[in-house]
Structures are given as C-alpha cells and as structure tokens.
Ligand binder design. Structure first.
Ligand code: KIV
Length: 282
C-alpha cells in the first residue's frame, strides 16, 4: 500500500480546513525523524546554501547540490510530500532549461513538486513546467533569490496598492498552472485574502495564520541557528545550547581519557591476546 502524502491530500486538507505543517529540511537524518511526525510536507529549500554551506544568501545553491540534498531527504522521508526548491539560474535562463532542471528533481530526487520564486516575468516558466506535467509551487512575496536586486527584505503587501498587486499575481500564478502558492513575509490580512480566493493550497512562510499551511526551516524549529532570525521564526527547542554542551563534554572526556570506556571499545576473543603475545615473542 502506498501511504505517501500526495497533492490530493493537500487539496483535501485545504477544502476541509485542516492545516498543513511543512518543514524546510536539508538532510537524510533529520528527514527520517520528521517522517515519524505529523508533518505532511518537506521542502528541500535552497536556504541550505546559507544553513548548510554558510553562504550569506541562497544564490550560490547549484542544481547538483540541490538534487543531491533533495534525494537524501527523499530517502529519509519516503512517505511525505516532497517539494524541491529550484535554485537561482535553474529556471531564469531559458524555458527548456527550466523544464529539464525541474525534471531532474522528479527523476533523480523523487519529488512531487518543484518550487519556483516567481514574479509576473516568470508566468511563462510556471506554465511551461506545469504543462510538461510537473506540479509547481509559485513562491511569491519576499523572494530571497532577489537579494542582489533589492538589497534588504521587508514585509510584503503592507499597503493597499501593494496588496492588490500581490493578490493579482497570485491569481495569475494559478491561471498559469501553479498547483500551490508559497507566500513569504506577506501581511497577514492579504495572505488570508489570497488563501480564501485561490483553489490551490497556500503555504505561509511568515505570512500569518490565515494560510492553509505553515513552513519553517529546521534549524529555526530546533533552535540550532545562531544570529538574528526573522520575526516569524519560532524555536521549539534550544539545540544550539544542547549541542554546544554535548561537544564540550565529549572533548573534555577525550582530553581526560574518559572516552572511550569499556562500554565503547572492542576487545579480542578470550585467550587470543596470549596467543598473539606468543606469535610476537612478547
Ligand atoms: O529555502 C527555503 O527554505 C525556503 C523556505 C524558507 C520557504 O524557501
């Protein structure tokens, strides 16, 4: 029996007012743990460029890197709805490139949907990838891949004029074939209006409680990320502190020869050490 969560389950959740919990995750080990929870969706996000590789933006994420981590996440969570983040320059250059790169996530990483950061300039890309038979999530509102053009991000749709534009853009994305919309950093009232007016599942990343689902990145949920976090990022543990303590205790034990103890070492079979001593004339 195939228990994998599908797009039909997400649509049904929307129609039945059941919330969708999504997590951005970058590795097999964490995905395995997430797959044992009630989280329905994992996004293999290009924020991995920052959180895994240490870059100061998502721009350096490459197709090969994203396909590798996305396939690892799929191996860890075969049962969850998996979305791949299409990295910078994987869909902006030509439409055939966009289709080929989206297809790599389907065939090499086993995802059910690809996410594209989109403005009105990308409607043809959304349409082409969707027409090629792939489910597309249109990521609108704050788009981290636009950092070099914008310089600094601020909340989206905070004026009536900006809000009307974003609402119109969401409508256009759905018309072009988007099977889901991700709204990042958008005013709560506007995110709710969009969620109520479009028929596809709307996932909020810092866009308030009125959307069909929420996404947070794993390092924020676990309290692993250090430094300044966005207002909406909520931590459910303080693993940075606990991880620090674990590494400190480990290194102390190594330095004091307390690790490894007998419980964590292998020994020869009974009597074999004496035979070895004979062989070595010790
Ligand atoms: O890259 C990412 O993890 C994302 C989410 C924060 C929405 O795009």
């Amino acid at each position: 029996m195939n228990n994998k969560i599908t797009i039909a389950d997400l649509i049904s959740a929307k129609n039945n007012n059941k919330k969708i919990a999504a997590v951005s995750c970058y590795d097999y080990t964490t995905a395995q743990i997430i797959s044992q929870t009630n989280v329905q969706m994992i996004l293999a996000g290009d924020s991995a460029a920052q959180l895994v590789l240490g870059f100061d933006s998502t721009l350096p994420a490459t197709m090969d890197f994203m396909v590798t981590i996305t396939a690892a996440v799929r191996r860890g969570a075969p049962n969850l709805f998996l979305v791949a983040d299409m990295p910078f320059l994987s869909y902006q250059v030509t439409i055939p490139d966009a289709i080929r790169n989206a297809g790599r996530f389907i065939t090499e990483a086993g995802v059910q949907m690809v996410k594209i950061e989109a403005t009105a300039a990308h409607l043809d890309v959304i349409k082409a990838v969707s027409d090629a038979g792939m489910a597309v999530m249109a990521h609108i509102g704050i788009r981290p891949q636009s950092i070099s053009k914008i310089g600094r991000f601020k909340a989206e749709a905070t004026t009536a004029e900006m809000a009307a534009q974003l609402i119109n853009l969401a409508d256009q994305m759905v018309e072009a074939g988007a099977a889901s919309v991700l709204l990042e950093g958008t005013a709560t009232e506007v995110a709710q209006i969009i969620t109520e007016r479009i028929e596809v599942p709307v996932i909020s990343c810092g866009s308030g409680p009125g959307c069909d689902g929420q996404v947070l990145i794993t390092p924020d949920i676990l309290g692993l990320s250090q430094g300044k976090k966005p207002k909406f990022a909520k931590s459910y543990d303080d693993l940075a502190d606990r991880t620090l303590k674990a590494f400190t205790t480990y290194s102390d034990e190594v330095h004091k020869s307390k690790y490894p103890d007998d419980k964590h070492a292998y020994y020869m079979k009974s009597g074999e050490i004496d035979k070895l001593k004979e062989i070595l004339n010790l």
